[in-house]
Ligand binder design. Structure first.
Ligand SMILES: Cc1ncc(COP(=O)(O)O)c(C=O)c1O
Length: 463
């Protein structure tokens, strides 16, 4: 193609606009202004009969889309569990998008497939998973749960003498699914998508932090899958997966861990004890777009025995290349065609190193503790033990708490969401971004407490 001035101008313009957007994230209100949101319907039109110059398409996107975007990439977005995408991962994402690789087969995407394999090996090391564990890159923890549980489904049925991939579930032997009452909704959805049923589960009650007790699980009889959690979406609490594995694995159960963000606790010395024993499980789901701070989207399904995942996912066709020498990425994912999302994971880990990931996790946990201390000192109730990056705060009556949250979102210094924890309405703070500093925490605390004071009588700060 050679030097192409039009291409250069277009991509440079996109880079300049992207840089400007990122630079603005710390200064602008986190939520878009009502005027910016009101401009979005201006994009709605019938399918254009004729095209529009590329630079105008980009300008329109930036002029209307950028101001109407929530500053999730900024330092003071504490909603849900959302990372802020490290600058290096935005850069590598742009470059690998330019490559436009379809990571189905190693042979036709050697660089991307190799980078993904390296990223998997690094994460297996970082998390302390069994040597030889394998993985597939998927869109997020929802699909990672689905994918890992497809491997679980394969194994438990195969052990019962049933080929579930070939023969389906009609007439299959019964399987017991043991799931925490506090499992994330996407875990139940995954079971539903696998034909195992969202409701055909044995639900185990949890304690005040949302943890199962190993002793509460029923005796294991026949094919069984047990699902545990690393990092409760509200409290950040961990199920005692090591103990659960000790209890159920001798009877042949498969143990799956939903560690969408909690698996990253393995990377830091102070949080590592939360996750001790998780390596005894058979499969793990996690997200890179949460705590590793890569751009959306990036989830990973790990399995101790890659052959179980390949049995559930691999296909062959005359026109595809069957690998004997290398790992074919599509043998481990529901998708055939997909983007090379593992490149961003490789870039984040290469840029941070083990020490950088540890610092990121430690920093977010310190910020979470600072939020909890700040609210407690101001006289507000923190509902959870702050063991990780999650903080639940009550401002009193449910309606008051909701009113405070709405005003915090409107005011724009920071953004937090609402939840109901064991019957109590609460504000949920999730510190997951590389970009958040102590100053951001102080500034956000000040703004939130000022707002809360306007809705509540000054609470007692004694004792
Ligand atoms: C524990 C847990 N599991 C699963 C999910 C779903 O992840 P995703 O939205 O990346 O699919 C989440 C999301 O927050 C989560 O916290």
């Amino acid at each position: 193609m050679g030097r192409d001035e039009t291409l250069r101008q277009l991509l440079a313009d996109a880079a300049e606009r992207g840089i400007r957007y990122r630079e603005s994230c710390g200064d602008r209100p986190v939520a878009p202004t009502p005027a910016a949101v009101a401009a979005v319907p201006g994009l709605v039109e019938p399918l254009p009969e004729n095209g529009c110059p590329d630079d105008e398409v980009l300008a329109l996107l930036d002029e209307i889309g950028s101001p109407a975007s929530v500053a999730m990439a900024g330092p003071r977005f504490f909603g849900f569990v959302i990372g802020g995408s490290l600058p290096v991962t935005v850069a590598t994402n742009w470059l690998s998008t330019a490559w436009d690789q379809n990571v189905v087969m190693h042979e036709v995407t050697p660089a991307t497939a190799t980078l993904e394999r390296i990223a998997i090996d690094w994460m297996v090391d970082l998390f302390g998973l069994p040597a030889g564990s394998g993985a597939g890159f998927v869109t997020g923890a929802t699909v990672a749960n689905f994918t890992a549980l497809a491997a679980a489904r394969h194994r438990v049925f195969a052990d019962a003498g049933w080929n579930v991939e070939a023969d389906g579930l009609i007439g299959a032997p019964p399987v017991t699914l043991i799931v925490s009452d506090e499992a994330h909704p996407t875990l139940f959805k995954s079971l539903g998508m696998l034909g195992l049923g969202r409701d055909r589960v044995v639900r185990i009650p949890t304690d005040g932090q949302g943890r199962m007790k190993a002793g509460d699980l029923p005796p294991i009889k026949g094919p069984t899958i047990v699902c545990t959690q690393a990092g409760n979406i509200n409290t950040g609490a961990f199920d005692p997966t090591g103990e659960i594995c000790d209890a159920v694995k001798p009877a042949g159960a498969w143990v799956h861990v939903d560690g969408a963000f909690g698996l990253w606790a393995a990377a830091a010395t102070s949080t590592r004890p939360l996750i001790d024993g998780f390596e005894k499980a058979d499969s793990w789901a996690t997200d890179a777009h949460k705590w590793l701070n890569v751009p959306y989207d990036g989830g990973i399904a790990f399995v101790a025995k890659p052959a179980d995942l390949a049995s559930a996912m691999a296909i062959t066709a005359d026109y595809l290349i069957t690998e004997t020498e290398h790992r074919n990425p599509s043998d481990y994912t529901p998708e055939l065609s997909r983007r090379g999302r593992g490149v961003d994971v490789w870039a984040a880990l290469k840029s941070l190193g083990r020490a950088g990931v540890e610092a990121l996790v430690e920093r977010c946990c310190e910020h979470a503790r600072a939020f909890a201390d700040g609210f407690r000192n101001a006289g507000y109730e923190v509902l959870n033990d702050v063991v990780l990056n999650q903080v639940l705060v009550s401002f009193g009556e449910p309606a008051t708490t909701r009113a405070v949250i709405e005003e915090i979102q409107r005011e724009g210094t920071c953004w937090c969401g609402a939840t109901v924890w064991q019957g109590r309405t609460a504000m949920r703070i999730s510190v997951s971004s590389w970009a958040t500093t102590e100053k951001d925490v102080e500034q956000s605390l000040q703004a939130m407490i000022d707002i809360a004071r306007r809705h509540t009588p000054a609470p007692s700060t004694e004792g």
